[in-house]
Design a protein around this ligand. Structure first.
Ligand SMILES: [Cu+2]
Length: 149
């Protein structure tokens, strides 16, 4: 194998992303649910390219009654989730919502989430309004998204 081929293999796979209104949302995903859960987390990366601070203040989706922002706090070895009303993203800053960290919490799901399906999630920003992305449902045990074709 040539060096160039090795380098291209090492390059990160190009993910799914939506670019709108100066914001870039990369690889939104959620683990599949085996039955109807009380809640399910959605993870994604947000890049603020607007040149001014952005505030994510709300979320909306067809598949759940409510979407809120949660942070995970580990206290004495026990993880607890804390609701946050909004999060600020500075210009050029990347906000990563990842397992064991900040996440979108969906509650009041209408049906189990099946691996391989997608559903729309609308992010609401105070400064620029709404940006809608398609969330990919991954394996129930997934810790990260797989590259999309
Ligand atoms: Cu949560």
């Amino acid at each position: 194998m040539t060096l160039a081929a090795l380098l291209s293999l090492a390059a990160p796979a190009l993910g799914y992303e939506v670019s709108a209104k100066g914001v870039r949302v990369v690889d939104p995903w959620t683990p599949a649910t085996l039955r109807l859960p009380i809640g399910n987390s959605v993870y994604l990366t947000i890049v603020n390219e607007t040149g001014a601070p952005l505030h994510l203040t709300g979320l909306r989706t067809d598949v759940a009654r409510e979407g809120t922002l949660h942070h995970t706090l580990v206290d004495g070895g026990i993880a607890r989730m804390l609701r946050i009303n909004e999060v600020e993203i500075q210009p050029r800053e990347t906000l990563k919502l990842e397992p064991q960290e900040m996440h979108v919490m969906l509650t009041g799901l209408e049906a189990p989430l099946t691996e391989g399906k997608t559903f729309p999630l609308t992010l609401i920003f105070r400064e620029i309004g709404e940006v809608t992305v398609e969330v990919m449902v991954e394996r129930a045990t997934a810790q990260q998204p797989r590259p999309r074709p």
